[in-house]
Design a protein around this ligand. Structure first.
Ligand code: MF3
Ligand code: CO
Length: 251
């Protein structure tokens, strides 16, 4: 069942989303060669706590940190570490969740570390643009898989591939609610979209093959071919009109 949120609930999620959005925007200045992914975790956790919110990821199924930091061939769920030092030319996805009054917002961006290759820039852009292609279908009148199909169409037309094993999701009191939202598939399937649905839509786009595997730590997801992967995510509300992005300003 897809839980429809009331206006009061959406108001709370909007406040939560503002903090998540603010963090992701601050990270573009904070991320640079020489810092560790642990420093990113501390930076983010500090902002969440100063805003009287709770890091949604910490303790979730035993996850040890407040953010996921996934570098280069890491797709999602990279665990921050003092030993993982960013180098010029890396790309890093940072995934952040903030819980406010029991409601979660969830979003991710992929950042360049210093100067990166043109191919890496293209990959980051494709993940972001495929999200916005999907967003065009986040409206009453469309069905869930119209979002999925639009994301896949864009990423593949850029020459990249879409991760199959991890998906977007409904979000609210729980970080992961129904429905699952794949980033691939045929259009015209699944539930019809309705006002008050809230989704975390999160394309994970690979430079090479879409195949991924989970490392020995049981968290970190990497590409099987060890080519690059980029991730872009926002928490989105379906309304009577245009979708509302809770985790991004000025669009
Ligand atoms: N944004 C991720 C997701 O949607 C966050 C979960 S990571 C975890 O699944 F560490 F919290 F599990
Ligand atoms: Co998510």
């Amino acid at each position: 069942m897809i839980i429809i949120k009331s206006q009061e609930e959406i108001n709370i999620m909007r406040e939560s989303g503002r903090v998540t959005a603010y963090i992701l925007s601050e990270l573009s200045n904070f991320i640079r060669p020489g810092i560790s992914t642990k420093e990113i975790d501390e930076f983010v956790e500090d902002i969440i706590i100063k805003n009287n919110m709770i890091p949604s990821f910490k303790g979730y199924n035993g996850y040890p940190s407040s953010v996921c930091t996934s570098v280069n061939e890491e797709v999602v769920h990279g665990i921050p570490s003092a030993d993982k030092i960013l180098r010029e030319g890396d790309i890093i996805s940072v995934d952040v969740g903030s819980t406010h009054k029991g409601y979660v917002s969830d979003a991710a961006r992929t950042y360049p570390v210093g100067k990166i290759s043109e191919e890496a820039q293209r990959l980051i852009k494709s993940a972001e643009e495929s999200f916005f292609e999907g967003l065009k279908y986040c409206k009453v009148g469309y069905r869930l898989s119209d979002i999925s199909a639009a994301i896949q169409r864009k990423a593949e037309s850029d020459g990249f591939s879409v991760v199959r094993d991890f998906v977007g999701h409904g979000i609210g009191k729980s970080m992961h609610e129904e429905p699952q939202i794949p980033n691939y598939g045929n259009p015209g399937r699944g539930p019809r979209l309705a006002p008050g649905m809230v989704f975390a839509i999160e394309p994970m786009i690979n430079q090479g093959s879409y195949e991924v595997e989970v490392l020995q730590n049981n968290w970190t997801v990497v590409t099987v071919d060890r080519k690059l992967s980029a991730h872009y995510e926002n928490t989105v509300v379906i309304t009577d009109g245009e979708p509302e992005l809770l985790t991004l300003f000025d669009v």
